[in-house]
Design a protein around this ligand. Structure first.
Ligand code: SF4
Ligand code: SF4
Length: 449
């Protein structure tokens, strides 16, 4: 029976990890559909930024209530999962609390895990209340429809169940040790672990036989580890991918001043040539980016293939927290734009393209694109390019860069700017100013009475 349990455990572990690796490989393949961008400069500054923002959660705690609760849930959840290492070894070899030989340090560790489990439980209850009972705008905005809303709740329920199973498993284990049950009780007579929280559950187990306690302990143990394997694979379909991706995402985020735009080299060269008095006006124009390699030139972005790999990584990392939208002046004044939706739409389109590749072996044109089919023109023209979304994002995402790339596409590829902007640009071209007056009339105001 024991050997059968070990075989089933090893199979479950292999399947769970196998599916996880397959999904991560698909995600990396999807991210690589974007244009390459070099963000490997200044590694020292990048590591410091990652330590401060991703590990230190510096931006999260700017909002103290949600920030501190998030830190507790995050740290607690990660640390408690260290115990998974022991569970895996016990599962493979059929041992009981293999690390218990460490004695006192082990007892402190298990005791600390229990306290953290309780704090995580309280934390996710607070999050659930904030999300479902309190009337917080960013949790009920128009892009938080069925799946994003459910996804956020599912993970809270999931963490509640995992923490409860952990404590029930420990309580039954503790009782079995107290009963000196074979396999559970240590030969030294000491208790393996300390149970400052789960010991409060002992009255609920009072009077149960050892065989019933073993069923409770084993059921909680199996559900706990299978739940963790399920959670690992659920991540790929959830906004909770940020648990893993926040770190590389912050590392590869922009470290130059945020308001500094990425220029298009070909355009920069054109402008430099125009401004240079020594330029040969009859020289052949510079080739736009991409043509040198035989690729069709394209300015800006209309689909995910035109975005860079960091922007696509951003879309997988978005936590859908809405802090960007909360700070967005366009959204706050009732415009259609929500930077969170820009990131969610980008990920949805990327996932759609990924599914297309999974099905066909390569991307087969589906007649859709990110612009218009997901993100509307009204949204991108509502942006003031104020950078508040970039500043507010707790995981270093840059929604504005996607908006700017789409504007570039519309202006430079389609000449499809909004009428007001086109008029202003025509006036700048013809009159040297955005107003419809001849340059000769500029000083008329000074002569009028
Ligand atoms: S840059 Fe654009 S999208 Fe971002 S906060 Fe400002 S207006 Fe909103
Ligand atoms: S872009 Fe950043 S701030 Fe906006 S919803 Fe995503 S994670 Fe939150």
């Amino acid at each position: 029976m024991q050997i059968l349990a070990q075989i089933v455990f090893i199979l479950a572990l292999a399947i769970g990890i196998g599916i996880f690796v397959r999904n991560i490989r698909r995600m990396i393949r999807n991210i690589k559909l974007g244009r390459e961008i070099d963000r490997t400069d200044n590694p020292g500054a990048r590591w410091r930024k990652m330590a401060k923002i991703a590990l230190g959660q510096y931006k999260m705690v700017r909002r103290p209530v949600s920030g501190i609760v998030h830190v507790i849930v995050y740290i607690g959840f990660i640390i408690i999962n260290i115990e998974v290492l022991e569970i895996i070894i016990d599962g493979i070899f059929g041992t009981h609390r293999i690390f218990a030989f460490a004695g006192e340090p082990y007892r402190y560790l298990i005791g600390a895990f229990e306290i953290l489990a309780l704090l995580v439980l309280l934390g996710v209850i607070i999050f659930w209340i904030r999300r479902n009972v309190m009337n917080i705008y960013r949790f009920r905005a128009r892009e938080i429809t069925s799946w994003p809303k459910n996804d956020a709740n599912y993970i809270l329920y999931f963490e509640m169940v995992l923490m409860t199973l952990f404590l029930v498993m420990n309580a039954a284990d503790y009782q079995l040790q107290l009963n000196l049950a074979p396999h559970y009780a240590m030969t030294s007579g000491e208790i393996a672990g300390a149970f400052p929280v789960s010991s409060f559950l002992l009255p609920l187990l009072d009077g149960f036989s050892n065989s019933t306690l073993i069923i409770i302990e084993r059921t909680a143990w199996w559900l706990h580890i299978l739940g963790i394997l399920f959670f690992l694979n659920y991540l790929y379909y959830s906004k909770h991918l940020h648990i893993l991706l926040a770190f590389p995402n912050v590392y590869y985020s922009k470290i130059r001043p945020k308001a500094e735009f990425d220029n298009i080299d070909a355009v920069t060269k054109e402008v430099q040539l125009m401004m240079d008095p020594d330029t040969d006006p009859f020289a052949a124009p510079a080739e736009p980016e991409g043509e040198a390699e035989g690729e069709p030139a394209k300015f800006g972005a209309s689909d995910i293939f035109d975005l860079n790999t960091v922007q696509l990584l951003n879309s997988y990392t978005c936590t859908e927290c809405g802090r960007c939208t909360d700070q967005c002046p366009a959204n706050n004044t009732g415009k259609l734009l929500s930077p969170r939706k820009i990131m969610m739409d980008t990920r949805d389109r990327l996932e759609e393209v990924g599914e297309n590749i999974n099905k066909n072996g390569k991307f087969v044109d589906d007649g859709k694109q990110l612009l218009d089919d997901y993100i509307q023109r009204e949204e991108i023209w509502a942006c003031t390019t104020c950078q508040m979304c970039v500043e507010a994002c707790p995981v270093g995402i840059d929604p504005m860069s996607i908006i700017v790339e789409m504007r570039r596409y519309l202006m430079m590829e389609q000449s499809a700017g909004p009428a007001d902007l086109n008029n202003a640009l025509s006036n700048i071209e013809n009159n040297g100013a955005p107003w419809p007056y001849n340059q000769m009339d500029r000083l008329n105001w000074a002569t009028e009475n």
